[in-house]
Design a protein around this ligand. Sequence first.
Ligand code: PMP
Length: 359
Amino acid sequence: MKTWKDNVRSVVPYVPGEQPDDPDMIKLNTNENPYPPSPMVEQTLKDMRTDTFRLYPDPTAHRLVKAIADYHGLRETEVFVGVGSDDVLAMAFMTFFNGSDPILFPDITYSFYDVWAELLRIPYEKIPLNGEFDIVAGDYKKVNGGIVFPNPNAPTGAELSLESVREIIESNRESVVVVDEAYVDFGAETALPLIREYDNVLVVRTFSKSRSMAGLRIGYACGNEEMIRCLNDVKYSFNSYTMDATVLELGEASIKDETYFRETIGKITETREWTQAQLARLGFSFKDSKANFVFAAHESCPASELFARLREEHIYVRYFNKPRISNHLRITIGTPEEMRKLIEFLEHYLAERKEKGEA
Ligand code: PMP
């Protein structure tokens, strides 16, 4: 017998990192920023007039788009905004990856890409990172319906040089290349200058990491005018009011506070370098991270064991039980105090384990 279930779109959803309800936790599992957003965001929120909430928000998000465009020295017509970069990426998949050839992305990468591809029935092929966990530009020279990768890559934290990004774009002039720069502010080189040079590159950014606004959901894409128009056509065919009225103002306030932004990034990168040195001392190996996390494997202690023990200590990190990376932990960079507690615990635990002869 036929049922409505025959017509359901079957999907295997993306699993976001946990948001535990634990007041004593050290939360290093979802690459959030440990510092609050700019004080200008708080002030703007306090000054907000709730009587305007009866009105629909500006569907063009003009003021936020202008603030982002001014910040990057672009035209407003070169910027598209959405509800976090997840929304922007989903729109990009829907807009540009509409062909019959497979889209390409790394085998070890942001685990939402294959979920969107499955949801939207886009054929795809995963291109393995090399043995060093690097993206190899030369591997992206095959027939495809589009390309997407993060730079720095997630969860490895490794940067792909601008020269290699350019090589991928150059050798795929008939496809759209989406460079997901969710973590670029923490030290990698941006592909933004390439959007004026090539008509097939889209750079996607977020306010969730470097701007401490994951809870507000702001992402954007920069690309040539025609690409942005195509994205907007799809957006307006789906949901005209993706950005709410509060977020439009708060995003604008954040982008105007460059001093605070630089300060926060400085603190995080400094803590990252300290954490990397400590992890190396304790026998962990990892790629040099240009993001706000480190992806590390220990020489003798399995990641699954460390993950479970850390959790008991109310220290949450991310563990992916997947091929090639099941012995790694992705550790978000928190405050110096949080990282000191993490390192102290690891030091203690690994020493104890060694004494027991388990190492
Ligand atoms: N891209 C990458 C590589 C990410 O790790 C994330 C965070 N989960 C995102 C995009 C999405 O971030 P957001 O939707 O918060 O902008």
